[in-house]
Design a protein around this ligand. Structure first.
Ligand code: ADP
Length: 398
């Protein structure tokens, strides 16, 4: 076991997820989460020690990310077991058009990333606040930002642009794509375990509370269902997915809705929750007899199938489909319905294997796979690659 530790931090709009890794073995030793961060109420913190099975669960007072992190680090002795935190990795949603890989967080990089806040106002400020807090707490550690957008910087121009006057593209109104850490992870697994497939044409369906799909050719992203924001493409737990921009004009001009009200509608009240009028949770919808819950699932499946057709055409064929994310990894029903009547594209699934949640569930020409994703390990690996930059690594041994 190493005398160093890597900490990864994933600061969402109202939660912080964190993990600790041993840089020598890259084994995750601690995993935890602070939920429902809100100025008005108490929040819950859970820390799991993966080697011993021990857990700490507490109600804490923390109304922002920095305070929440402070509360978590009160358990630092137990979390790091006396090891030195030599690197901290941060999930940062937006790397703009600039970053096509992880970036070491210098003051210049912080400043550049702050200029992307208007592009992702619900996430970027929280990501950066947590990174600032961690930099202050661990001044000798190397801080590395890993971006949701970076994996997609290989998109051809036609998939990177909207048909707006060109100046908008130059000003940053582009299709950035998101969930890149998940796609990076899945691509890495395929490259290692299925090299032939990895060199082919693959569609990865990341179906979680946030959901998107990525078209990958020769291990390179050529398309994503998400675009300028993480709203586009598939319907999600509470996000609308693809929407005719005319709807926005209508909501503003005819209904007098403000930008803030529309933001709440599109990010928090739409998707599975809005359509079902019940829940953003796929398990609840699947268990319900309510016709609206059934329609919400119908729409979710319909959009995935539509995108598979579109992506197969962009890829000029298809060799594999990978399901990941909470829904993709667990819902037999969604996987079965997505793949139904797709023989024309070479997609068939083996019902028994699908029910058993096996890794390979295909029965046709196209490989169909279920691969649990792991965004945290992608961050931890990026930190490991930069550990030599930690202040502690620069000092001569005592
Ligand atoms: P996030 O995007 O927040 O990381 P997850 O990847 O954890 O989300 O996915 C959450 C979604 O996965 C929820 O809609 C949840 O209902 C769904 N899910 C988890 N387990 C199952 C299951 N066994 N069957 C169907 N859906 C599931």
């Amino acid at each position: 076991m190493s005398d160093q530790a890597i900490l990864t931090i994933n600061a969402g709009s109202s939660s912080i997820k964190f993990s600790v890794y041993d840089p020598e073995t890259m084994v995750e030793t601690v995993n935890g989460q602070v939920d429902s961060l809100s100025p008005s109420r108490q929040t819950t913190m859970k820390i799991e020690f993966l080697e011993t099975g021990k857990t700490i669960e507490e109600n804490i007072d923390a109304n922002d990310h920095a305070l929440a992190l402070q509360q978590v680090l009160r358990h630092g002795d137990a979390m790091f077991g006396g090891r030195l935190v030599a690197g901290v990795g941060h999930r940062v949603v937006h790397g703009g058009a600039i970053f096509d890989g992880p970036a070491v967080l210098t003051e210049d990089v912080f400043e550049t990333l702050a200029t992307f806040e208007p592009l992702a106002p619900l996430h970027q400020p929280h990501n950066l606040a947590a990174a600032r807090a961690a930099s202050a707490t661990f001044p000798d550690a190397v801080q590395v930002a890993c971006f949701d957008t970076a994996f997609h910087r290989t998109h051809p121009w036609v998939n990177d642009t909207f048909a707006l006057p060109r100046e908008w593209y130059d000003k940053g109104v582009r299709r950035y794509g998101f969930h890149g850490l998940s796609y990076d992870y899945i691509t890495g697994v395929l490259a290692k375990t299925e090299p032939q497939l990895a060199d082919g044409r693959v569609i990865v369906c990341h179906l979680g509370n946030g959901a998107s799909m990525c078209a990958i050719r020769d291990e390179i992203s050529v398309g994503s269902t998400m675009g300028f924001s993480a709203l586009d493409g598939l319907p999600m737990g509470t996000r609308c997915g693809q929407l005719d921009p005319g709807v926005l004009l209508y909501l503003m001009a005819q209904e007098g809705m403000s930008a803030k009200e529309i933001e709440t509608l599109l990010y928090k009240e739409s998707g599975l929750k809005g359509l079902s009028g019940m829940s953003n949770d796929m398990r609840e919808l699947e268990a319900s007899d309510d016709p609206a819950a059934k329609q919400a699932i119908d729409y979710f499946v319909f959009r995935i199938r539509r995108e598979i057709g579109g992506m197969a055409s962009v890829l000029e064929g298809l060799d594999g489909i990978v399901f990941c994310g909470g829904i993709g990894e667990n819902s037999r029903t969604i996987r079965k319905r997505v793949c139904e009547n797709m023989e024309w594209l070479g997609i068939e699934i083996d019902d028994a294997k699908n029910q058993a949640n096996e890794r390979d569930i295909g029965a046709g020409r196209v490989r169909v796979m279920v691969i649990p994703t792991d965004e945290e390990i992608v961050i931890a690996r990026a930190v490991k690659a930069n550990l030599h930059l930690a202040e502690s690594a620069q000092r001569p041994a005592a």
